[in-house]
Write a protein that binds this ligand. Structure first.
Ligand SMILES: [Zn+2]
Length: 303
């Protein structure tokens, strides 16, 4: 069975808000940030709400083992020129893992980091050092390193870089990979040849390290190093290719998460107000593309 969901908000009721939103999209998994992805301010976790959320997941066939947390993307493990900032990032991720334990979540996606002003090699060494410090803790939650587009000085846009971190980790039981189709495309890996990519991947990394897939189309061409997500079928990867990845037998039981953009009142609209996930999930389940799905979303919202 396809395990499919989307990014959802972590609202007033924390993870309970996330579950309710996922159910609206008829998803059987979801991904959330434990607060704003762009800052590190975090609210305390309400235990009662967590229990309610976990019950609601059970009632709606959402296996909590497939639910993903995403670390905020402002923490940076790659650069330790500002040692206080680097240590803050380490401490923050440790706290984030404790929050995952409290929520019952066992997978957290992390953008490995940006070298900024130092070589990628040095950046990767810093990330590995930081990860080994982080994973000395006693949390049960794994860290999934996300494949990146290679925008600017982003680390982990190649299999080699990923392999250096994964195979170098001292805590093999808690380190894994999140493949992002938009990022892979932008990094130069052709998603039309996804099996070839997996073949290359398995030469240096065990395929069982892949624990999550971010299923996104891309606004930019292959190898552009841009990282701008597009809605399914509205980008350069295309619906059929993404559908093939969603149902690829080698990654069958891996949760697939949509991080596609909200849509606006019209195609040129700057305001992005309406989540596309219910429709994108439905198309993936039906294995059929509806080229008018933006119109259906706008109709549903009376615009
Ligand atoms: Zn992603």
């Amino acid at each position: 069975m396809l395990i499919i969901g989307s990014h959802v908000s972590y609202g007033k009721e924390g993870i309970l808000t996330s579950v309710k939103e996922a159910i609206e999209y008829r998803a059987n998994t979801f991904m959330f940030y434990t607060g704003a992805p762009t800052n590190t301010a975090r609210k305390d976790i309400n235990v009662e709400t967590v229990l309610e959320a976990q019950q609601l997941m059970k009632d709606n066939n959402i296996d909590i083992n497939n639910v993903i947390c995403h670390a905020p993307y402002i923490v940076n493990l790659a650069n330790k020129k500002d040692i206080d900032k680097w240590q803050f990032s380490i401490e923050f991720i440790k706290k984030e893992l404790i929050r995952c334990d409290m929520l019952g979540i066992n997978k957290m996606v992390l953008h490995p980091g940006n070298a900024v002003g130092i070589s990628k090699e040095e950046g990767l060494n810093n990330i590995l050092e930081a990860l080994n410090i982080v994973l000395e803790d006693s949390s049960k939650c794994s860290i999934l390193l996300e494949t990146m587009a290679g925008k600017g000085t982003e680390c982990c846009s190649t299999i080699e870089e990923l392999s250096f971190l994964i195979n170098g980790s001292k805590c093999q039981g808690r380190i894994g990979v999140c493949l992002d189709t938009c990022h892979l495309n932008d990094a130069g890996y052709n998603m039309r040849c996804f099996d070839q990519y997996l073949d290359e991947f398995t030469k240096s990394i065990n395929l069982n390290k892949v624990k999550c897939i971010h299923l996104n189309d891309s606004k930019n061409p292959l190898g552009s190093h841009k990282d701008r997500h597009a809605n399914l079928g509205k980008g350069t990867i295309g619906f059929d290719t993404l559908l093939g990845i969603a149902y690829n037998k080698r990654l069958e039981n891996i949760p697939k998460i949509l991080e596609t953009p909200y849509i606006g009142q019209n195609d040129d609209s700057k305001e992005r107000l309406y989540p596309p996930y219910k429709y994108e999930i439905e198309m993936l389940r039906n294995k059929e593309y509806n080229e008018n799905y933006f119109d259906l979303i706008r109709k549903e919202n009376n615009i």
